[in-house]
Write a protein that binds this ligand. Structure first.
Ligand code: BES
Ligand code: ZN
Ligand code: ZN
Length: 507
């Protein structure tokens, strides 16, 4: 994590490598007008020539050595001032931090005049500390994420990295509130970053065993309980569906169970289940070679589950949360599942495996059955389950499909607040019928012509969730990105951690 601080100082006199200011889509006013004056009208000229108009994520850079305390400034656009909420602040802050790093600055100081923002924080009354400070810090920390443990260091030309981020509070009296917002963001970002790291490790590092060890290390550090079920435990529990997928791999499967107790002893927990396929080759229904490397991200749901428990514990949320991660590889091989095989899940339901590449639902089936022992007040699973969700929603939102309208509504609201958006798809009865097999209880893919691949995936899962309020989030389109976003560099996004923490916090 990058060093952070909050200061209440004169913005124009503050000595730093790079001062970051934010501008809405109107001509320079307030502090920006003062800056414009110091720069002989450079900002006004930029507006006139349309070189910079304050559009969201547009940026203006200039050296200001001698004119202000800082060596240079970056002004980033916020868009229309009435539309500025946390998401716009996070984006603008991420854009600014990355631009400053590219310019080889090491220390940055950020100041956002709250008059230029709409009503951030209003959407979320349970916020701890200043929502503006929190959003600024989140955007910068997450935008500056790098994953480079496998890269040799070029001693002659080391990459230039931001080393310190200062958030400038508008007055002395608001430093505490700003510091609270920054502290909150730090803890949340730490968990998001740990999640992204887990996701980025290649599958020859991030095996099921590695995931289990990472969960245990996290649990020790944050004083929560973590238990790992081994293959023999899964056999005792008759988890034939998960074990079926694991059969083709030489890596032993692991079943990770984490418990965080921040609520009252008798409070029913929220149970989060995350797909932990550490590599998805498709199995005997082998995937095409092109792009198969991306299937190291098929444990994103699992990583997000571990990260969410970390964040919940480190933020000391007053709720009980259980995280469950069934972890295995999906490999072809002499002992792998074959199309047509029939396996039996831990609730006794038989499954005809018509496509070994639809393995996510198979491992989730046993995990959802296990989750029922907690009598969850909400059961949420996250999985990179179907390519079809990318057809439906691209990379802009995850699909939410489930049995509890209130739960779904709450999650959608948290998605809007955090920028980790969700869109609901309908779980019509016809789709559930389509998952019935001719010779077993269920089949893991539906016949051609049914369509709605994302929904039929969820329909398959439903019988394993019992009667508990359940929602399935298909994160195949949002878990990683090849087109970077302002505060999500290329690669794993850890989509879901911030969303779930917002949901848990509001309970
Ligand atoms: N892990 C994949 C889903 C996936 C595909 C995630 C592309 C991200 C990008 C999943 O296990 C899978 O292979 N699903 C199949 C299901 C099909 C066989 C019913 C798919 O989407 O093609
Ligand atoms: Zn698959
Ligand atoms: Zn998969």
């Amino acid at each position: 994590m990058i060093k952070t601080s909050v200061k209440s100082i004169d913005v124009l006199k503050h000595k730093t490598d790079c001062l970051v200011l934010f501008s809405p889509e109107n001509k320079p006013a307030g502090l920006l007008k003062q800056v414009d004056g110091l720069l002989n009208g450079a900002l006004t000229a930029a507006f006139k020539s349309k070189r910079f108009e304050g559009k969201l994520n547009q940026s203006y850079e200039q050296s200001v050595r001698g004119l202000m305390g800082a060596n240079s400034i970056i002004v980033v656009g916020l868009g229309k001032s009435k539309d500025v909420k946390e998401e716009q602040i996070r984006q603008a802050s991420g854009t600014a931090a990355k631009a400053a790093e590219k310019l080889r600055h090491h220390k940055i100081a950020l100041f956002l005049d709250e008059k230029d923002a709409g009503k951030p924080g209003k959407s979320n009354s349970a916020k701890l500390g200043s929502p503006v400070a929190e959003a600024l810090m989140e955007g910068a920390q997450l935008g500056l994420y790098h994953f480079d443990p496998y890269k040799s260091v070029d001693k002659d030309n080391p990459p230039s990295r931001i080393q310190e981020i200062t958030i400038i509070a508008p007055s002395k009296s608001r430093v505490t509130e700003y510091q609270k917002g920054v502290d909150y963001a730090r803890k949340l970002c730490e968990a998001v970053i740990a999640t992204r790291d887990l996701m980025h490790h290649p599958s020859n590092t991030a095996t099921p065993t590695y995931l289990a060890k990472a969960a245990q290390a996290m649990a020790r550090k944050h004083k929560i309980t973590c238990k790992i079920l081994e293959k023999r435990d899964m056999e005792k529990l008759k988890m034939g569906s998960l074990l079926g997928v694991a059969k083709g791999s030489h890596e032993p499967p692991k079943f990770i169970v984490m418990e965080y107790k921040g609520g009252k002893a008798k409070d029913k927990p929220v149970v989060i289940v995350g797909k932990g396929i550490t590599f998805d080759t498709g199995g005997i229904s082998l995937k095409p070679g092109a792009g198969m490397d991306e299937m190291k991200f098929d444990m994103s749901g699992g990583a997000v589950t571990i990260g969410t428990l970390q964040a919940a514990a480190s933020l000391k949320l007053k709720v009980n949360v259980v995280g469950i991660v069934p972890a295995t590889e999906n490999m072809p091989g002499g002992s792998a599942l074959k199309p047509g095989d029939i396996i039996t899940a831990s609730n006794g339901k038989t499954i005809e495996v018509l496509n070994t590449d639809a393995e996510g639902r198979l491992i989730l089936a046993d995990a959802l059955v296990y989750a029922q022992r907690y009598k969850p007040k909400a059961l949420i699973d996250l999985a990179t389950l179907t390519g079809a969700v990318i057809m439906a929603l691209g990379h802009q939102a995850a699909a939410a499909i489930g049995t509890d309208a209130k739960l779904i509504q709450k999650l959608i609201a948290s998605g809007d607040a955090t920028g980790e958006r969700l869109w609901e798809l309908p779980l019509y009865e016809e789709f559930e019928k389509a998952t019935k097999s001719d010779i077993a209880d269920l089949k893991n893919i539906t016949s051609k012509g049914v369509g709605a691949g994302t929904i039929t995936g969820a329909a398959f899962l439903k019988p394993f969730a019992g009667d508990f309020p359940w929602v399935h989030l298909d994160i195949a389109g949002t878990a990683w990105t090849s087109n970077e976003k302002p505060y999500v560099p290329r690669g794993g996004s850890a989509y879901g951690v911030r969303l779930l923490i917002d949901y848990l916090k509001n309970l």
